[in-house]
Design a protein around this ligand. Structure first.
Ligand code: PLP
Length: 383
């Protein structure tokens, strides 16, 4: 692939275009039958009874937390090494995110540090399947059960992944997905929550529709205008156009995950020749979704060093990125929750060292070779 390589990119072909055009020419652009078809296909793919489609991954988190009854004064344990939305969605409900540290070699939530974080107000633990690797759900499940907490998977990175043969999306009480263009599949913007619990599924359907129990098509079919708003909800619906794209993308997802795995294996093989760089570890039993190819710089990493490496890659046409600045270091949280450096040392040390290298299904093997070659060159220049 010539030109600038972004860190992630959607794959769209003629079948996607055809699916969206067909939806455009149908009777329903939103709240139509394609939404239900997409939800059924998604639920079947991950191996649960219910999937609820929403406007984006952030709305998926907000909807999931609301369905669990999280509200003012409650606490939700989230890893600091995640996108801000994992924590923000708790704040939307007046709850407080409590930041937990991650394991240094996987950057996944460390279940060994959770005990002191649990208080009387804790309602849920949110595990983030960072980079596409599912967390240690059996251990997290045992911990959550011991403390009477709900277990949420922020699986926005990990669609198509699995743990011990069970698909991501079926490993927690509720699992949330993002369908943003850089994610494993896309609907432009979009999100999904999956669960086996019928009550949670129903609460989420109502929440995404203003807190109203029926949608436009259901009322039309019942021949009535009447509706009731039973709670305060949002318009978080996903349209039929987006769900048509979702159905078409979902059919090709397994092939893309396979390609991501091939590219990741090539990266890991080549990176073994660079002593200053190490990929994240992959735990036994994991079927990795490989949303992100994250590497760590090893050895001394003075402030700013990682950004010099990143700039060197960008100057060579490689769109390296950083996932993530730990959430508690953002100005909003420092100001509103009084969070500070030193709170989660493993996440903070990782932040100084991590780089996300390009990884998406349309990349060729030669792209990986070029990226690793460029990284070697940049490190020789700056060390
Ligand atoms: C871990 C994680 N959670 C939540 C989100 C939010 O998803 P969206 O951008 O679709 O709102 C993202 C997306 O960037 C994410 O990576």
């Amino acid at each position: 692939m010539s030109g600038f390589l972004p860190y992630g990119r959607q794959t769209i072909d003629a079948s996607d275009v055809e699916a969206v055009v067909e939806a455009l020419q149908s009777d329903y652009l939103t709240t139509g039958p394609t939404v239900a078809r997409f939800e059924e296909a998604f639920a079947q793919f991950v191996g649960v009874r219910y999937a609820v489609a929403v406007a984006n991954g952030t709305a998926a988190l907000h909807t999931a937390y609301a369905a669990l009854g999280i509200g003012p004064g409650d606490e939700v344990i989230v890893p600091a090494m995640t996108f801000a939305a994992t924590a923000n969605a708790a704040c939307y409900l007046g709850a407080k995110p409590v930041f937990a540290d991650v394991e240094c070699d996987t950057l996944l939530l460390d279940h060994n540090v959770l005990d002191p974080l649990v208080t009387e107000r804790t309602k849920a633990i949110v595990a983030v399947d960072y980079a596409g690797q599912p967390c240690a759900y059996p251990a997290l499940r045992a911990f959550a059960d011991r403390h009477g907490l709900a277990l949420v998977a922020d699986a926005c990175h990990a669609l198509g992944g699995s743990l011990n043969g069970r698909r991501v999306g079926s490993l927690a009480d509720l699992s949330t997905f993002s369908l943003h263009p850089v994610k494993p599949m896309t609907t432009g913007e979009g999100g999904v929550i999956t669960t086996d619990d019928p009550d949670l599924a129903e609460r989420m359907r109502v929440f995404r529709n203003h807190g109203i129990t029926t949608d436009h098509r259901q009322r039309e079919q019942a021949g009535t205008w009447h509706y009731d708003m039973v709670g305060l909800g949002f318009n978080y619906r996903l349209s039929d156009l987006q769900c048509a794209l979702g159905l078409s993308q979902l059919a090709r997802l397994p092939v893309w995950v396979e390609r991501r795995r091939e590219l990741a294996a090539r990266y890991i093989g080549l990176l073994a020749g660079l002593p200053d760089v190490r990929p994240l570890e992959v735990r036994p039993g994991v079927g990795h979704g490989w949303h992100l190819m994250v590497v760590r710089l090893i050895g001394a990493c003075p402030p700013g060093f990682r950004d010099v490496v990143l700039a060197g890659l960008r100057a060579r046409g490689i769109g390296a990125n950083v996932h993530y600045k730990p959430v508690h270091l953002h100005a909003y949280y420092r100001e509103h929750l009084g969070t500070h450096p030193g709170l989660v040392p493993v996440s903070e040390d990782a932040f100084a060292r991590i780089l996300t290298l390009p990884l998406f299904p349309a990349m060729g093997d030669d792209d990986v070779d070029r990226i690793v070659g460029a990284l070697e060159e940049v490190l020789e220049d700056v060390r």
